[in-house]
Design a protein around this ligand. Sequence first.
Ligand SMILES: O=C[C@H](O)COP(=O)(O)O
Length: 329
Amino acid sequence: MPQGQAPAQLPQIADNRNPGIDLDMDWVRAAQANTSAIERRCATLPGRRSVKKEHQAAWLLKAISMIDLTTLSGDDTPGRVRRLVAKAVQPVRPDLLEALDMTGLTTGAVCVYHDMIEPAVATLDQLGATLPVAAVSTGFPAGLSPFHLRLEEIRESVKARATEIDIVISRRHVLTGDWQALYDEMKAFREACGDAHVKAILATGELGSLRNVARASLVCMMAGADFIKTSTGKESVNATLPVSLVMIRAIRDYFEATGYRVGYKPAGGISKAKDAITYLALIKEELGDEWLTPHLFRFGASSLLGDIERQLEHHLTGHYSAGHRHPIG
Ligand SMILES: O=C[C@H](O)COP(=O)(O)O
């Protein structure tokens, strides 16, 4: 793809995602993250400017369209997944949507374990809906099962009709600075995905430093990740604003170097509408409006939708309770 040209949809698999920099690990080693500057910047995000009241509902609806509505529990059942899919297809009560003058709203995708792909796809078929089904894979969440089984798990999920695969990287490759091993692993996962889109979960809470987060982000993008994602939701520290800023700036650097737009998915612990708006503000300020689309931005979240729905209700009754002020709108 020519430099600077935007793909029409989610980035497609390319023969060469890293012209001239594929094995130039100096570029990766050069990636720095100044922790105190990152933290200072993030401290300014929540609560500094206002969202105009008339735009609040529109931004919350936009946030819904970018949720990977998730259930990733050991006690998941087909019934729970059927309900999740029904909610993803109709995420807001019809009367609320009508009052907000909106039709056809769905979440960005549903996100489940491999064994739950089948009930998810069957429910979508029954409802006549075409939402993407994302499957977590490669021994999620630890990613420590035999390598050939991790590849096989991806292939099985694609066969079961998952169109997005959320892989987990081997944290040890990052912690030991073995960038070539991380690159090779990601490339193998990318190839196993075939036409499915691949999100690389970095498990940033386990990577030790923001510098490692920046480097791991660059390596995964070079090896073909369509999205980079913060967390499995199972680490003790999941999505944070500082980690997000580092990953978003890595996406920007990578775009400036190659012309490829890689998506971003913060995941784990994002459950409040006001936090969702803070993330959208961060994306708008750092990457621009182009990234504010389900093709390039997703929230990985199991309970965010409920709070957004509550805030929309409050909005319609005149009592918006986000409590924070943001620059969007
Ligand atoms: O990828 C998505 C996360 O596992 C969801 O985490 P959450 O349950 O904290 O929203």
